[in-house]
Write a protein that binds this ligand. Structure first.
Ligand code: K7E
Ligand code: CUA
Length: 660
């Protein structure tokens, strides 16, 4: 029954007292179905053939992918494969893209993605790239928005649970990362084998700054060593605070078991305020120490159209005790989750998930307190600023279980409250709540297009709800999460649309469509394909034997393969099908599947070469066929491979279009 699910989620959230309080003061979220008005229908209606106004780039959460929705329609447009193999387009299955998923833990074909963040220029979205973090095996990916493909993935060393990631600085100089779980850190691997009970003395955290080059290429520029707390979320500053980045932490108790209780004792934890510009300048001048930190950088080589992996062995580390002025702690109630910076760069809002108020720090006051050395303590060489000196306001009555905040650019902030299941709108002038709207149910993040930049589009808000329950037709124990589109253009928020989302969207970025559409590649030139196994004309197509390896250099065009009859393959051979799609216009992929292959197929985009390895185990004649309905004669797009016994003397031969 529904109430049970609701209840178990609350217990999972594990603050029974607050939950009871929440239910006392707010009651259960209304169970009625609030249906949108016909006016609402008009506002989300995108007529057939028309395009949406925004791209919504949602993280897939446990799917590890980047599902893309149109807004306001909520239509699912595409899913970009990022940290997970994709059965829709072969990413991570074919030989060309497998290196993208290489890590120091081996080949990892599935991860957990949380925060997509668009690249920025001068504090505004520029539509070039989206970055997204892998949480489990710490990595950051860069997705190229000219072709919606993952262009690069870099691993983050000395990190565990890469959650406070991947948020960019105002000109995309850096992308942030931080360890969620502190871990033993020592230059000598043997010293990493320590009792868990030695947490307080041996466990450390790192906050990492990944440099982004002009072409988007990423490198781990430096890490800052921090006490063994859990680092949760991040956002860079802007305007006056643009040289700074802010990271929430919890578990300042440094508990290592039953954190739901043991990490909830302190009244306040901390936001780490980092002067990244100063740290970067120090590093550029040679500060810090290179320590072991093996990590992979995987990238798409555009010239050869195949992914490559490189292993990097060390990383530069800064110890804050030796470099005063790069990091300060801002006391913040209580186990904060999100941290968000308003469009002016003046206010830093923390999601106080166990706090009864929503604290707002002032950047100006932070600078004052630093100047006056107005400290209430120090932890491992990191000054702790005086809470009362830096807090601008505590927003009252902002809901219970507040998590994340975005901004509309018109002087208002919007905060999700998980436990009271609502979005609360409050003023950045009076710090008073001016409106609230129920969500169905229990929102985590929320998204306003550009809502974490200098220049938000304050028209729509999307609530990314964690619990779906009764919103759609039931589908067994697992329900897609429910996003809700809310009109925020007026004084009162108005619910417009529910739409189901794949995976668990944690964060999302809404990007104005025109920033992306105009840069789309629509013609994929064969000439630009310098894949070593590409064949660009049918006359170059061929089959070659090299010992037990057979290489088939094959082309596809509507509606045939060249060659399509192949003989001389033997049991025990490794057959490499290198298929080049010699079509160049977008939206004309071909597929290739051969019976008995260990994965389904290749899907080859126009102008591209992809490779499938096939190891036939039995004598016979095996059909292959195109898997993507490409033309009226798609069903005719097929061929045969004859597989002879291991000791056969049938020679390699191949043909297309000659009978007999
Ligand atoms: Cu779901 Cu940003 Cu990973 Cu909050 S996080 S809800
Ligand atoms: Cu090519 Cu179907």
């Amino acid at each position: 029954m529904e109430p049970k699910k609701k209840k178990s989620k609350l217990m999972w959230w594990s603050v029974p007292l607050i939950a009871v309080l929440a239910l006392t003061f707010y009651g259960c979220p209304s169970q009625q179905n609030l249906s949108g008005s016909s006016d609402a229908a008009q506002k989300v209606y995108v007529a057939p053939g028309e395009h949406d106004e925004y791209y919504g780039m949602f993280s897939g959460g446990y799917s590890g992918q980047l599902p893309v929705y149109g807004l306001p329609s909520g239509r699912h447009l595409y899913t970009v494969p990022v940290f997970t193999q994709s059965a829709t387009n072969g990413y991570g299955y074919n030989e060309e893209t497998r290196p993208m998923l290489m890590t120091t833990h081996g080949y990892v074909p599935w991860d957990d993605a949380h925060h997509p963040e668009g690249s920025q220029t001068d504090g505004e979205l520029d539509g070039r790239w989206v970055f997204m973090n892998a949480n489990n095996t710490p990595r950051i990916a860069r997705i190229d928005l000219t072709n919606f493909q993952t262009a690069e993935i870099i691993e983050i060393p000395n990190s565990a649970g890469n959650h406070a990631s991947s948020f960019v600085t105002v000109n995309t100089e850096y992308v942030s990362a931080a360890t969620r779980f502190s871990i033993p850190m020592d230059e000598d691997l043997e010293n990493m084998d320590v009792p868990i009970s030695s947490y307080a003395e041996n466990f450390k955290g790192t906050i990492s700054f990944i440099k982004v080059g002009d072409e988007g290429e990423m490198s781990v520029d430096f890490q800052i060593l921090v006490p063994g707390f859990n680092y949760d979320l991040s956002h860079a500053g802007k305007g006056p605070s643009e040289d700074w980045a802010f990271f929430t932490s919890y578990n300042s108790e440094e508990a290592h078991t039953l954190l739901e209780r043991n990490a909830s004792r302190n009244d306040k934890d901390f936001i780490a305020a980092i002067n990244w510009r100063k740290a970067a300048d120090l590093v550029a001048d040679g500060a810090g120490e290179d320590i072991p930190g093996e990590h992979y950088r995987n990238y798409m080589d555009h010239d050869q159209q195949l992914a490559k992996s490189e292993l990097i062995e060390t990383v530069r580390v800064l110890d804050p005790a030796e470099h005063p002025g790069i990091i300060y702690y801002l006391p913040t109630p209580k186990s904060p989750h999100g941290v968000d910076v308003d469009p002016t760069g003046q206010y830093i809002v923390a999601g106080g998930k166990l706090s009864s108020v929503l604290p707002v720090h002032s950047f100006e006051k932070i600078q004052q307190a630093i100047e006056n050395e107005d400290y209430e303590g120090e932890i491992d060489g990191i000054p702790v600023l005086n809470y009362n000196s830096i807090v601008q306001a505590e927003v009252e009555n902002a809901g219970i279980g507040t998590l994340h905040t975005e901004f509309d650019g018109n002087g208002y902030a919007y905060t999700t409250a998980f436990i009271s299941s609502e979005i609360v709108k409050w003023s950045l002038e009076t710090f008073e709540v001016v409106d609230r709207i129920d969500t169905y149910y229990s929102p985590g993040h929320l998204m306003i297009p550009g809502g974490d930049t200098r220049n938000p589009d304050g028209k729509y808000l999307v609530a990314l709800n964690k619990i779906t329950k009764d919103r759609y037709l039931p589908t067994g124990p697992e329900l897609f999460h429910s996003a809700q589109l809310i009109d925020i253009s007026g004084d009162k928020m108005e619910l417009l649309l529910d739409f189901p989302t794949d995976g668990e969207p944690h964060y999302a970025q809404g990007i104005r469509a025109d920033l992306i559409v105009d840069n789309q590649i629509r013609f994929y030139e064969l000439e630009g394909n310098n894949h070593p196994d590409a064949v660009k004309t049918e006359s170059e197509a061929r089959v070659e034997r090299d010992g037990n390896d057979v290489h088939v250099y094959m082309t596809s065009i509507r509606s045939h393969f060249t060659p399509d009859n192949i003989e001389g393959v033997k049991v025990g051979d490794n057959v490499y099908f290198h298929l080049t799609n010699i079509e160049q216009d977008w939206d004309v992929p071909h597929g290739f599947a051969v019976m008995g292959a260990q994965t389904s197929e290749l899907l080859v985009m126009p102008g591209e070469t992809r490779t499938l390895v096939w190891k036939p185990k039995k004598v016979g004649v095996y059909p292959f066929y195109c898997t993507d309905f490409c033309s009226a004669l798609h069903q005719e797009m097929q061929g045969y491979v004859r597989v002879s016994p291991e000791d056969s003397d049938v020679e390699i031969s191949y043909r297309t279009g000659t009978e007999g």
